[in-house]
Every structure is written in C-alpha cells, then in structure tokens.
Write a protein of this length. Structure first.
Length: 565
C-alpha cells in the first residue's frame, strides 16, 4: 500500500510545508480540508490575500470582487490562495467626530492583524488589497515586518461626481459645509452636492492621502507599475487584480523579499513622488513608519531636502485641477517618474515587484497626446515640492507644512487657541475667526488625541467661508490630503507631551516663515518655560481600551507616530 505522505514538498513551500507536510500534520490538513482544500491544493504554496473590505465607505467596497480575480491569478500560477480580512476606518465618514480618533490607530491594528494571520498560518506569500488611507501604509508595514514574498494592490480611485456640469469630489462637500455657514450655499444645494459627489466604489479622487500613498507604492516598488492607476470601477481593474496574483506567485517561486525591493533608494523615490504630485502630508508619517519597519534610518529633515529639490509636475487636486482618474487617462503615475528621471531626481535602477526597474516602467509609459495632468519638468507647476519641514520655538522636533495649493510663504498673526477640534469648529461655524488669525488646535496629537485626528472638517469649513487665503492653522494633529491653504500639522513635541504649543495663549503673535523653515511664537524662552511649568496635568481622554494603550505607547509624529513596543 502506497504512503500518501511520501510525495516531496513543493520547494516554494518554504514556510507552509511545516504546516501541511507529513503524517504529524494530519490534524491541520483535516481542518483545511473542511473548507474545501484537497491534497493537491495543500501541496501547493499557500498565498494569503489580505483584504480590507468593509461596508463603512466606498473606498474599499470593491475588494471582495477583486479578491476573486487575485485568486484566479494565484491558482493559474500554481499557488493556493488563502483569503482573509482585516479592518478599516473611513476618514471621510468619521471626520470631525470622536470616531476620527480611531483612524491612525487602525494603521497599527491592520498591520498587526495581517502579521498575525501570516505568522500564525505560515503562509508562503501575500497579496494585500488596500483602499482607504491607513490600509495602504499598514499593509506595507506588515509586509516589511514579515519579509515574505508579496505585494500590495490599490483597489483604485473613485470616479469624480458631477454637480451642475462640473466634476466634484468629497473635498467639495467638506468645503460646502463652510459655504453653507457663510450663507453662500443653501442646505438644498449642499444636499444635492452630497448626493452626487461619490458615485460608486473607490478611494477619494484627488491626490489626497489614499492616492498619494498609492503613488508611493509604485515608487517604492511594492506595487506592480501601472496597476494601482486603474480606477476602481474600470473593468480593467479585474485584469490588474489577476495579474497581481500571478506576480505574487512568481515572487514566491523566486523568493523575492520586500526588503530586496524597498530599499533606501526606493524610500527616497517615494518621498520625491509625494513632493512632485503635491501629495498629502500624511505621506511623511507613513513613510517614516514604513522605514522603521524596514530598519532603514529616515528623518523628517530628509523630506525637506528632497522636496526642496523636487518640482511639482502633476496638476492634481486639492492644489490643482485634476483627479486620479484623469492621471490614469493621461498615461499614469509612470509619467511622473519619467519627468523626475529626466532631471536625475529619482533612482531609476530601483526594482519593482513586477521585475522591471523604475526607469524601465517609465520608458514604457504611453502618454495620451495633449494631456495636461503631468507637465514637462522643464516647465514645472512649482519649482519646489509640495511640503516643507519647519522647526522653531513652537516645534523643536519639527512640523510639516503643505505648500501645494497656495502661494503664501509667510504669515504673522494673533493666535486663536483651541484645545480640541470641536471647540475650533464651533468657532468657525459661528464665524468667530478673523482674517489674519493663526488658528491653533492642540491636544490632538498622537498621544493627546489620542490618534492625531485629521482636521479637514475645520480646514474645509475655513476655505468654504472664504478665509482659506487669509488665515493660517497650526496643530499637533494631522491634515487630510484634501486640505489646502497655509496649514501646519504634526507639531512636535505635541501639547500632551509638554510641547511648547501647550504654552500658547490667545493673542500671542505666531509667525510661519516657510523660506526660513521656522514656526515660532514671539515670546522668550523663559516665558515659554514658565508657562509650561504652570500648566496642570491633563488626564488622558481614555482610561481603558485600545485608545488608552495607543496613547501610552505611541511615539512622536516626528518619528512616524509608531508604537514604541
């Protein structure tokens, strides 16, 4: 009688053989046969498909369908797909509420949960399907941590909505709230806009955080070049998902690890991509966190140096005219890479999981004649990138200012200080903010929030009221990628950890000097120290649960707001 356990293991089962091979593993196989896997399936490499599907937003809504096509790609390439799900938190839905505190925290939970499934079931490879903001860096962090062969596929951008013969995005809806408060829109007009702005599946359409990070993935090399570009509802997205499954199996066969792809050069390419597209300042937080998982030293000052030499070449919202679907129609993210390569601003030899280099992907781009989304680098939209790092007596550890979407490089004005986003929004809604003010929102940092809420609810309302070019905003919290105007975030140290921003009082004169790279209050060091010493300690907002643990363990925004253990 033949021994059913005598066949040799597939050499690509570098991890899962310990789970499925031999007589000793009969109980594990019995369990897996209970979900329909047979001996042939169990003899193949096991490749995870991590989805972040959820019904709380359109951003990740198409992932269950895309997962079916990733499965086909893995199966046809000789692997066995193992699908699993993790969480996601919608920034757009939770914005302006207590729920937004969960958003950045979810990045760590998503990374942890992917890690646990892959470690717990000894999977040989991994495809991560991502959409909304935190799912993207979380998946990369998990891959970097695990260092198993794999890739990340963005499920695609949403199509723009149509409102009164013009394209609109969720950014327009947030700004409509401020316009309604100022009497410039009626409630009926706002309702008509909200009903048209998000026409289906896909992540927010401008170069907000999701599309910024999707761009970053291609420059990091961890997403196959050109596949993230494809919009969520484009039929070609199914083909992209299938190809991602096939590529993942090649990575498993050849044992290509994320650490071989996401190198120091790749991180520098990713920073240049954020700068060149006027992308979200959240890219700073997330790339710092990814670098930490890779064990590659990276500081916020390097973002400033790279942005300072990198022109803006993509005319994308919120600072520009176009959305992600327009970029895809123009030829895709590779157009940006092509322009940056012309000036030697990125490393063309950086590898991609699809087997090409960045330079090879850029050379293969098919540009649509007459497109206006990506301009020649010889005639950039702005001579320097879309962000800068400031320091000074209000931000000794640094802060981030977004430059795309406005021309102001200096602002001096009286501080209007608020200890929460809600307090500030109430003042904005009451039209109590005056031209020239420096709006300060503190105790919203990684620990103080906790969770470092985005401030789009406030910033969009200011823009909607017509104050976007007349005030500045400073916070130890974050901004949405849809934010524009002179806005400074990630102020570190944060107020809850004794940062100088906690010493500010109404009427203090604050200066933002972008060219001088300084954020300062016109007070002496002794006065700031005396005020800080006189402050009463604040109890944490949450005493138990995940938010309490996060507040206790999270690092500074200048270090990526990562957990310290």
């Amino acid at each position: 009688m033949s021994n059913p356990y005598s066949h040799p293991a597939d050499p690509a089962k570098r991890r899962s053989a310990a789970l499925t091979e031999g007589v000793d593993r009969a109980p594990a196989r019995a369990m897996l046969k209970g979900i329909g896997l047979d001996d042939e399936a169990l003899a193949r490499p096991l490749v995870g498909i991590a989805t972040t599907w959820i019904e709380t937003m359109p951003c990740n809504w198409n992932q269950r369908e895309l997962a079916r096509h990733v499965r086909r790609g893995i199966l046809d390439a000789g692997g066995t797909p193992i699908e699993f799900n993790t969480i996601a938190v919608s920034d757009g839905v939770s914005m302006g509420t207590e729920g937004m505190r969960a958003s950045l925290v979810s990045r760590e939970t998503i990374a942890d949960s992917i890690e646990l499934v892959v470690r717990g079931h000894l999977l040989d490879g991994l495809v991560c399907l991502v959409g909304c903001d935190k799912t993207i860096p979380a998946a990369v962090m998990a891959l970097a941590r695990l260092d198993v062969p794999g890739l990340v596929l963005y499920n695609g951008s949403i199509a723009p909505g149509r409102f009164r013969d013009r394209d609109v995005t969720i950014q327009d809806v947030f700004e409509a709230v401020g316009a309604a408060a100022a009497g410039r829109m009626s409630p009926e007009e706002v309702h008509e806009l909200e009903s048209a702005a998000c026409p289906g599946a896909g992540a927010c359409g401008g170069q907000f955080t999701a599309n910024t990070m999707a761009t970053v993935l291609e420059f990091l090399g961890i997403s196959p070049a050109g596949l993230n570009d494809v919009p969520a509802t484009d039929p070609a997205k199914r083909d992209a998902a299938y190809e991602a499954g096939r590529i993942a199996m090649r990575l498993v066969r050849e044992d290509v690890r994320p650490s071989q792809v996401m190198t120091r050069a790749a991180l520098e390419n990713a920073i240049a991509a954020v700068a060149a597209t006027g992308g979200s300042t959240n890219g700073v937080l997330h790339l710092l966190a990814i670098a930490r998982e890779l064990g590659i030293p990276l500081t916020i000052d390097e973002f400033d140096a790279i942005a300072a030499r990198t022109p803006v070449v993509a005319d994308l919202k919120p600072g520009g005219r176009f959305v992600a679907t327009d970029l895809h129609a123009a030829g895709g993210v590779a157009l940006v890479a092509r322009e940056l390569l012309k000036a030697g601003l990125v490393h063309g030899d950086a590898p991609n999981v699809d087997g090409r280099t960045l330079a090879e992907a850029a050379a293969a781009v098919e540009e649509t004649p007459g497109q206006e989304v990506v301009v020649p680098i010889e005639r950039p939209l702005k001579p320097t990138g879309g962000l800068a790092i400031l320091r000074g007596n209000l931000a000794p550890e640094g802060c981030v200012v977004k430059l795309a979407g406005h021309e102001r490089l200096f602002h001096r004005g009286p501080a209007r200080v608020f200890d929460s986003e809600e307090e500030c929004f109430a003042a904005v809604k009451a039209r109590a903010i005056q031209p020239g003010d420096v709006v300060v929102i503190r105790y919203e940092g990684p620990a103080g929030g906790p969770g470092m809420r985005e401030m789009l609810h406030v910033t969009a309302a200011l823009v909607g009221e017509g104050l976007g070019e007349e005030v500045a905003l400073v916070t130890d919290g974050r901004f949405s990628g849809a934010t524009h105007g002179l806005m400074v975030g990630h102020v570190a140290p944060e107020a809850a950890r004794g940062g100088p921003i906690a010493a500010l009082r109404d009427g203090d004169v604050v200066e933002l000097d972008v060219e001088g790279r300084e954020l300062r209050v016109l007070l002496g060091d002794e006065e700031i120290a005396a005020r800080l010493a006189a402050l009463d300690s604040r109890p944490p907002r949450y005493a138990t649960g995940v938010l309490a643990r996060y507040a206790a363990l999270v690092s500074s925004a200048s270090e990526g707001a990562v957990l310290t253990c």
